[in-house]
Design a protein around this ligand. Structure first.
Ligand SMILES: Cc1cc2nc3c(=O)[nH]c(=O)nc-3n(C[C@H](O)[C@H](O)[C@H](O)COP(=O)(O)OP(=O)(O)OC[C@H]3O[C@@H](n4cnc5c(N)ncnc54)[C@H](O)[C@@H]3O)c2cc1C
Length: 487
């Protein structure tokens, strides 16, 4: 067996080659810093990787669920455009909810809801909205939970129809136990009145195309962004070691001193000057030697993560629907969302074929987490056959995939627990924890990339930045204009 080959004393050790870790390494390498990146998986990209599946001479590509890129940050668009050039494309967006056998646009289109639900149910939506405004505006009912937030902004009837059921599916806990931060990050600034104004044409002058209409997507999958960053890093001398992970991080409470790393070639101890990491927050604490104080470990044990199970089907059919992805909020449907990669880019599938990605949300103790592929398929097929999506005979192959630590659960106590952990970790001065898993924050690619870039600046400038300012704006994002390409 060859000996492990990592630089024994890199300036910076980056743990985790997802968007956050790679963006940090990329910015550091541009400034000539020596960096080593280690990644537990066999490929880079984290949750935003693209997987290649070969069936004989046919190649299918899939992301882990739908990955459209959207951001307010022009720097990120330029950053990606420089990497991908003509592979970076604009894609028309169609995303809908499927409820009671009918499609509803997402974000909600009030006119369509009225048409589909009929006058009586629509009047109920209006009545509930007025009631909610009275409760929360006039009688000042406090907004303590996600349920409060969506009921206050949409009224109970529409909130239940469009947001409550789906959110409970994602998180696996009642909406009354979900922290309002989840709503602030997802639907901040949006309410029934703004939706209604748009429906009756009072939403202001129709502007340029927005993120509701289109989004950017790489021709061969979102993971191309990260493969291309990795390629640039390797070319410029940064080492990236996959199938490798830390097993102990020794520290003196003020600094990380050394890190024991398991690589395919064996164990190695390295002494970095700085560590930037995106390991799931709770798992990271377990790596620390000595262990953090009891109250910090207790706070970590109060945090929960939601996992995902995925079924990926390759299909002998031209196309299933025109949607990029479809939400299935109804509780008796076992999956939450499906996506058709071909509708992101035709190059994700061989000609004349398509594929289908089905997402299940689960805790580790739930039956779905350990369910065999055949049983999952048996469970979902009656739905797709009934709706005319495809039949068993259309399926070429099925693949089962799983990811843990996908959604940090924003329950009503999460904030206090995260703060306790952060207070402790912030005392370790040469450690920066970033990204969705590292900060226990529900972020998309853009915010993870930004966190990685901020981490690089902290090192380069020798100062602290507020990582939580990333994505903290209180405005409904989807209305933002679509960025115009430079190239
Ligand atoms: C189903 C789904 C749909 C999504 N849709 C979108 C979308 O439409 N648009 C969008 O922008 N974003 C989307 N996202 C979110 C996006 O995938 C994440 O925001 C992004 O990947 C987070 O990047 P990160 O670097 O913070 O974390 P991650 O992607 O989780 O990367 C962390 C990396 O650290 C590695 N790691 C973990 N532990 C260790 C260890 N002990 N040692 C070494 N390495 C370790 C992991 O293997 C991983 O590579 C979606 C995510 C999912 C799951």
């Amino acid at each position: 067996m060859p000996t492990p080959s990592l630089n024994p004393a890199p300036e910076i050790l980056v743990i985790g080659a997802g968007p956050a870790g790679l963006a940090c390494a990329m910015e550091l390498s541009r400034k000539g810093k020596s960096c080593s990146v280690i990644e537990r998986d066999h490929q880079v990209g984290g949750l935003a990787q693209t997987i290649t599946i070969k069936e004989g001479d046919k190649t299918f590509l899939t992301d882990i669920g739908p990955h459209r890129f959207f951001s307010k940050n022009q720097y990120l668009y330029d950053f990606i455009e420089d990497l991908l050039q003509e592979e970076w494309r604009r894609v028309p967006r169609l995303t809908r909810q499927f409820v009671d056998g009918k499609y509803y646009n997402y974000p909600v289109n009030f006119g369509q809801v009225v048409r589909n639900l009929g006058l009586w149910k629509s009047a109920r939506i209006g009545f509930d909205y007025v009631l909610a405004r009275l409760r929360y505006d006039v009688f000042k009912k406090p907004m303590r939970t996600f349920e409060d937030y969506v009921v206050a902004n949409f009224g109970r009837a529409l909130a239940e129809f469009s947001m409550i059921n789906y959110s409970e599916k994602i998180w696996g806990i009642p909406c009354a136990d979900i922290h309002p931060d989840w709503a602030k990050q997802r639907i901040s600034g949006l309410n029934l009145w703004s939706v209604l104004k748009n429906a009756i044409g009072l939403g202001g002058k129709k502007g340029p195309k927005s993120l509701v209409d289109e989004f950017y997507y790489p021709q061969f999958g979102t993971g191309r962004i990260y493969e291309e960053i990795a390629k640039h890093l390797i070319e410029s001398g940064t080492e990236i070691k996959t199938n490798s992970e830390p097993v102990a991080i020794r520290h003196d409470g003020k600094r990380v001193l050394e890190v024991d790393i398991k690589t395919p070639e064996g164990m190695q101890t390295i002494k970095p000057q700085h560590v930037v990491e995106s390991v799931p927050l709770t798992a990271f604490l377990d790596l620390l030697d000595p262990k953090p104080p009891e109250e910090v470990m207790q706070a970590a044990s109060n945090l929960r993560w939601r996992n995902q199970v995925y079924l990926f089907l390759t299909i002998n059919k031209e196309q299933i629907t025109e949607d990029n992805w479809i939400y299935f909020p109804e509780k008796d449907i076992p999956f939450g969302r499906t996506s058709e990669m071909k509708n992101f880019s035709p190059d994700m599938c061989p000609e004349g074929m398509t594929s289908f990605f089905i997402e299940f949300f689960t805790f580790e103790e739930d039956e779905i987490w350990t369910m065999p592929k055949e049983k999952l398929l048996e469970m979902v097929m009656p739905y797709f056959e009934k709706w005319g999506f495809f039949t068993k005979d259309d399926i070429r192959q099925s693949y089962l995939m799983k990811r843990s630590h996908v959604y940090p659960v924003y329950d009503t106590t999460y904030k206090g627990n995260v703060e306790k952990i952060r207070e402790y970790l912030d005392g370790i001065e040469n450690l920066i924890y970033v990204g969705r898993p590292g900060r226990f924050r529900y972020t998309n690619q853009d915010h993870s990339l930004e966190m990685g870039i901020i981490a690089s600046r902290m090192i380069l400038e020798g100062r602290r930045y507020d990582m939580d300012s990333v994505g903290a704006e209180n405005e409904y994002f989807e209305k933002g204009p679509i960025y115009e390409k430079r190239i």
